[in-house]
Design a protein around this ligand. Sequence first.
Ligand SMILES: NC(=O)c1ccc[n+]([C@@H]2O[C@H](COP(=O)([O-])OP(=O)(O)OC[C@H]3O[C@@H](n4cnc5c(N)ncnc54)[C@H](O)[C@@H]3O)[C@@H](O)[C@H]2O)c1
Ligand SMILES: O=C(O)CC[C@@H](O)C(=O)O
Length: 531
Amino acid sequence: MAPKVLISDELSEAAVQIFRDRGIDVDFMPELGKDKEKLAEIIGRYDGLAIRSATKVTPTILERADNLKVIGRAGIGTDNIDKEAASKKGVIVMNTPFGNMITTAEHAIAMMFAVARQIPEASVSTHAGKWEKSKFMGVELTGKTLGVIGAGNIGGIVCDRARGLKMKVIAYDPFLGEEKAQQMQVEKVELDDLLKRADFITLHVPLTDQTRNILSAENLAKTKKGVRIINCARGGLVDEAALAELLKSGHVAGAAFDVFSVEPAKENPLFNLPNVVCTPHLGAATTEAQENVALQVAEQMADYLLTGAVQNALNMPSVTAEEAKIMGPWIKLADYLGAFIGQMTDEPIKAINILYDGYAAEMNLAALNCSLIAGIMKQVNPDVNMVSAPLIAKERGIKISTTNQAQSGAFEGYIKVTVVTGKRERSIAGTVFSDGKPRFIQIKGINIDAEVGRHMVYTTNEDVPGIIGALGQTMGANGVNIANFTLGRTAAKGEAIALLYVDEPVPGKALDALRATGLFQQVKSLEFDVA
Ligand SMILES: NC(=O)c1ccc[n+]([C@@H]2O[C@H](COP(=O)([O-])OP(=O)(O)OC[C@H]3O[C@@H](n4cnc5c(N)ncnc54)[C@H](O)[C@@H]3O)[C@@H](O)[C@H]2O)c1
Ligand SMILES: O=C(O)CC[C@@H](O)C(=O)O
């Protein structure tokens, strides 16, 4: 059945066409962005949800989203999506980080001009037949200092355009390297320095716990008299009430805001103050940007739903379509290794140590890690998937470490996982053969060569005669057909293991019969997600 996608915001129709062309059923219902009850009622029918900023993806919506696999944000900011709840539900959240950056940077520059020359007010006055030439005295941008808070994709473009306007650009961004700042020809400064020196301040940071209220009353008070402040990033970055007071007192000469702490903004402390330019979150509102983000989000979501390729996800490592194809059997292997360990472990896990050897070490390890951890965590909660597993493992305080090494043995590459609990360490290794089939190649340090089947039985015993007979006879007596049988041992008469790949689930009475022989230290039936 074709995957189903719901578009619940005003997305360019181009997105609808892409979904259809890729064979995805799509419902275009932009009115649902403002109707959370209706959205909650129908979200359970969809595999994908494509949105802009009106739709709020809350835990309540996610609770009802039983088939949802991916949320695609046609834009950059994902603060309208509860990403933690999405991750817990196993839903990938992706955005389109580059599609509207030029447009938004241009809006910030336009706002800077507008506030420097009071263009909106002058326009209203002129339309009214007044000719107030002396009222609208502006300031030049040339030679002025622009303080950019957040010099990422959009901030970086703003820096570039501002330098073209012959402004002196200083930037505060703790994650901006000195070398990159030099390439961008901007001076990297501390926040206090920026506040003291800037004639114009423009914000281009995401809204996080660190950036919320970054222009607080205290920080606004540190700004240069006559400063003009532009916010085309996110509401909540600036204390709007404190800014309004500084505008009234004349300390701040002007402000240009595209974003507000409450949106849609029906009222705001900045409204109706002189020399405050406001736009209704129009930063990304150009035909070009909307086309870009709609096309991009539709392609990314379709790729994921149809091929498993992951691009621009915020809660899952990227996997290209090519990687998804090559890595498919290795991702499966990682899942099987995790599933083996998960089923064998019934005490709290303290650490998961993963070793990637040879060919495996050259792959997308982040994706392999997610699959392996999901294989383990699924045994505790069947709803866990590659998206939610790392988060759930972290919540449980499980330490995860990975090591990679050059090819060290007979196999071109392998993955070995060791799980540490309070009582023991347990390990298993596997590889993928040239036929594309995952194999278990070592358990507890004992070499084996076991094909992975949907239903398996694992036993440990002392290496004594009669084991094969007991296993064969018990399975036969219980009507279980053995497809494959693998044995391994440390040494003659030493510790031994057996893995049986059987055609149907092994009944409990067969397992009890094996235990009753007294030949085995451990008897465990295992299930793997083999198609
Ligand atoms: N108005 C609109 O319509 C519109 C459109 C697109 C994007 N946006 C918003 O613009 C903002 C920037 O987007 P972007 O694509 O440039 O993001 P980005 O991730 O490319 O850049 C953000 C920058 O902020 C920096 N940063 C993070 N924490 C910081 C901190 N505590 N102090 C200083 N710098 C910090 C990062 O290092 C990064 O360089 C986001 O909030 C986004 O949601 C708004
Ligand atoms: O979709 C929009 O109009 C706003 C987009 C913008 O805020 C973003 O973060 O990309």
